[in-house]
Design a protein around this ligand. Sequence first.
Ligand code: 9D3
Length: 224
Amino acid sequence: MLTLFPGMFAGPLDESIIKRARRAGVLDLQIHNLRDYAHDRHRTVDDRPFGGGPGMLLKPEPIFEAVEKLKRDGTRVVLLSPAGRKFTQASARELAELEHLLLVTGHYEGFDERVREALADDELSIGDYVLTNGALPAMVVVDAVTRLLPGALGDDTSAHEESFSPAVPGLEYPQYTRPAEFRGMKVPDVLVSGHHAEIARWREEQAKSRTKERRPDLLGKRET
Ligand code: 9D3
């Protein structure tokens, strides 16, 4: 990881499954501060765009030098930016196969185009909303990829059964646990009935109507 905000990565990547994966040696993750590769005493990493316009751009020299130092044979260099291809579960599966990934996070103003042309193998966005920088998207990518690494999940959890790569594409059915009545809200009778065929039918219907209502795109329909 190459970032201007190394401090943002401290908490989220040191909890839960990622923490365990790092401890188990399933995931080896290093955070590098782009500012360490600046040339001047003020540790400058950005500058004004040629041709004018608002904001600043990340200068090419620190990024080039950092990436050249950190990359090795087989490294995929991925920029995080709002102009990237949409990161999906398919992207996560693809990245999980790689030996070495170098994520480069931008910030509001963006990258000098030569970074894209000469350095980046790929450019990813996590969705159509505007964030302040690419640190959270980079953590989203790390999280989604890590749980796909062999040995990252315990035996009780499985990366196979999930909303975005199930046999039948769609959202999951509603689930309940005890108590059977809580603050006047009752678990649907069918689930406590013991009729396994009826339960399966109910779940199928619920999953289908929920998907149709919330995520018609998963059924091949246009989004509303
Ligand atoms: C003026 C055009 N803006 C793009 C919509 C500029 C801009 C806004 C926000 C440039 C960078 C950013 C900071 N965001 C990211 O670096 C980023 C991001 C995001 O904002 N949304 C979803 N995915 C990503 S990946 C990196």
